[in-house]
Every structure is written in structure tokens, then in C-alpha cells.
Design a protein around this ligand. Structure first.
Ligand code: PLP
Length: 393
């Protein structure tokens, strides 16, 4: 079958493909520890599941209003006003299928062929993929370990051209766990304002922060709510990846565009799922807090364990649930080590290059797995790397 020519430009998210390969290996009887997929291993909180079940039994099985059910849009507006610290009204909230839906609409609605979009490298691969898909040009902004995985604002300024339309930021970040400071955001906001850029602010890990690190939304800075699309959702915070629910908070000038794109694509997000999500925001938050406490303990286990392995250097990230160690001291690239870990040791991680060219020396480890499995994975990684280092002597 002949595909549309634009299909030659679309990329992928290799986590899904690598996970499928790992599962195929498991099917042959091999033991594999999965550290590749970015999804909390916890169950969705019981009150959320109960609310969705009641909604199903109560007949909430029909179309919802296209921007989302009023109760959820109000809950999101209240939550965002409190946590992101800018005044959000429900009319600016759009409920989408996954956080990915927010990204898709922002890029197809705003990026013309030939427009440039600055994307983090390493960064979530779908930004770049969608920009190419619509004929735009992704311009990578390097995110380096020696800058604690925070972008360099001067370097960012040097990448802006008259064709730059949009800037994507993601804090806390996938795949590095890096968090932009309030000062970083102020400098980025100043650039965005000076050059009239739209900002897509991916804040999907905004509640997964450690050691007292605070979440700052760039939309809370003066004038920025008028040029920022905030991407957030339920997948990570509430362990609801399979529910497929995200939301956009958009400037008033983009309300009509978002509505039109939702009507043309999904019509609305599932109704009973939205009722569960309203409960997630309005109900008890103890499960989220407990999940973050557990992630922090796992982060320390993983970071300390990796740094104790010769040839591996790992920062202690302040957010999300990923470690992005530099493995160049093992003598292998991140991609080579990832392959070896899967084949020789049954540990599935991602190559840093799955997130952009800057990640060559890195692997990404998702520590959304039990401490027991993480401990076992560290033992296996240590044994593979020790063999490599010994062979190099
Ligand atoms: N943004 C980032 C940075 C992510 O890591 C992910 C998922 O891994 C998403 C967005 C997409 O989230 P969702 O599963 O809600 O579509």
C-alpha cells in the first residue's frame, strides 16, 4: 500500500519497541527486568477506580462536551491555579487523550512547514517526530550533564532565528530528571517574549519532585500565560497511564484552535475516565505523596548503586523517575551497553540516543520498578560492566 509521503518524516518512541523486544525475549523463557518504560508501577488510587466504576454503572458512557466535562475542567483549573500559581479559568482547559494529545494539537495547530521548533536534546522523542511530521524543522537545544541537565540560556538564545516559532521545555524532564530553576524560566520567558515565541511547557512530571524542589510553571511569569501551552495529565502523577488522559491549559487566543482540533480528532476524551480523573484531583492525595516518597528512595538506591560501578557516572536528579547515567567509562556507547545488558543480563534499559544525539554516552533507566527488582538489576549491570572493564585491562 502506498503511504502518504508525510509518513516518511514521522519518528517513534523507541520505549514501546524495545519493550516489545524484551517481552519477546521473555517469551523464550529468559528473565528480563524492565527499566525501559516510563510508567509508575503502582495501581491507580482506589478512590479513582471506584469513581470511574460508579460512572460506568451510572450511565456515563456517552459523548462528553468536546473540551471536557465541566466538573473536570473546573477541578483542573482549581488545581493548576494552586500548584502552577497562575489564574486558570475552566474555559482555557482542554481535556485530551493522554498528554500526547496536547503535544499533537499544539504542533499541528501552530507549526507551518519551514517553521523551526526548539526541542530539548535529550528530550521526549515525540516533540521532534511531530515537528518533522508537519514539515517543521526541529532544532535541538543540548541538555548536558555538566549543567545538571538544565539548558544553557545563552546557547538557547543563539539558536533562535526569524523562523523560530515554538520552544518546547520539559521540567522535570524525561529522560534526565533535570529540573529548570525559577531563574532559568525567567531567562527563557524573556527570550520567548523578545522573539515572540510560543512555549509548549511539558509539566507532566510536575508533582514528582524530591528534596523540597519546587515546581515552577513558566506560565506563571508575567505575560507568559498568553504565549504558553501547558501540557499536563494524569498518567504519571496518579499512575493512570492506561486511562489515557491529559490536559492542556491554553492562552485565550488558542481556545478556538484547540476546540476545533479536538472535534476533528477525538470528539472528546472518554466520559467515565474524566469522572475518575476529577476524583483524582479532588480526592485524597496521600497515595500520590506516598508514591513520590517511594520514588525518592528508589532514586537513591539506583543512583548510589550506579555510581558504585566503575565506568558509570550518574547525577542525582531532582524530579521525574529516570536516571540518565554517563556510561562512557565502560568503553561502550549507551546503545551498545543497552544491547549488551538486554542480551547478556536480561536488563532492559534505553539507549540515550533514543532521546537525541546528545545522549550517545548515556543510558536511560526508569526506576518505576520495585526496590527488589532494581537491586537485582544493579547486580546484573555491575557484573556485565565488571567483565567489560576487566577485558579492557
Ligand atoms: N511528556 C513526557 C515528557 C513524557 O515522558 C510522556 C510519557 O512518557 C508524555 C508527555 C506523554 O504522556 P501520556 O502517556 O499521558 O500521553
Amino acid at each position: 500500500m502506498r503511504l502518504a509521503s508525510r509518513m516518511s518524516t514521522i519518528g517513534t518512541e523507541s520505549a514501546f519497541e524495545v519493550a516489545a523486544r524484551a517481552r519477546a525475549l521473555e517469551a523464550t523463557g529468559r528473565s528480563v527486568i524492565h527499566l525501559e518504560i516510563g510508567e509508575p508501577d503502582f495501581d491507580t488510587p482506589a478512590n479513582v477506580r471506584e469513581a470511574a466504576k460508579r460512572a460506568l454503572d451510572g450511565g456515563f458512557t456517552h459523548y462528553a462536551p468536546f473540551p471536557g466535562i465541566p466538573a473536570l475542567r473546573q477541578a483542573i483549573a482549581d488545581d493548576a491555579t494552586a500548584r502552577k500559581r497562575f489564574a486558570v479559568t475552566p474555559d482555557r482547559v482542554f481535556v485530551t487523550v493522554g498528554g500526547k494529545g496536547v503535544m499533537l494539537n499544539a504542533i499541528i495547530g501552530l507549526v507551518d512547514p519551514g517553521d523551526e521548533v526548539i526541542v530539548p536534546d535529550p528530550g521526549y522523542p515525540i516533540y521532534e517526530s511531530l515537528v518533522r511530521f508537519v514539515g517543521g524543522t526541529p532544532v535541538p537545544i543540548p541538555i548536558r550533564m555538566n549543567r545538571e541537565f538544565r539548558l544553557d540560556v545563552d546557547e538557547l538564545a543563539s539558536l533562535i532565528t526569524p523562523r523560530t516559532r515554538m520552544l518546547v521545555i520539559n521540567s522535570p524532564a524525561n529522560p534526565t530528571g533535570g529540573v529548570l530553576t525559577g531563574g532559568d524560566l525567567e531567562a527563557i520567558a524573556e527570550l520567548a517574549t523578545r522573539h515572540d515565541l510560543v512555549v509548549l511547557a511539558d509539566e507532566i512530571y510536575g508533582r514528582i519532585l524530591y528534596d523540597g524542589t519546587e515546581h515552577h510553571s513558566i506560565a506563571s511569569l508575567p505575560g507568559m500565560a498568553d504565549r504558553t501551552i501547558v501540557l499536563d495529565g494524569f498518567s504519571k502523577t496518579f499512575a493512570m497511564t492506561g486511562w489515557r488522559l491529559g490536559y492542556a491549559i491554553v492562552p485565550p487566543s488558542l481556545v478556538a484552535m484547540y476546540g476545533q482540533l479536538i472535534i476533528n480528532t477525538i470528539s472528546c476524551a472518554p466520559t467515565f475516565v474524566q469522572i475518575g480523573a476529577a476524583e483524582a484531583l479532588r480526592g485524597q492525595q496521600a497515595d500520590v505523596d506516598a508514591m513520590v516518597v517511594e520514588f525518592r528512595a528508589r532514586r537513591d538506591l539506583v543512583v548510589d548503586g550506579l555510581n558504585a560501578i566503575p565506568g558509570i557516572r550518574c547525577l542525582r536528579p531532582s524530579g521525574a523517575f529516570y536516571a540518565f547515567p554517563d556510561v562512557s567509562g565502560t568503553g561502550l556507547s549507551g546503545a551498545e551497553l543497552a544491547e549488551k545488558l538486554l542480551q547478556d543480563a536480561g536488563v532492559c534499559v534505553l539507549a540515550g540516543t533514543a532521546f537525541g544525539g546528545i545522549g550517545t554516552d548515556h543510558i536511560r533507566i526508569s526506576y518505576a520498578n520495585s526496590r527488589e527488582n532494581l537491586g537485582l538489576a544493579l547486580d546484573r549491570i555491575r557484573s556485565v560492566v565488571n567483565t567489560l572493564v576487566a577485558a579492557a585491562r
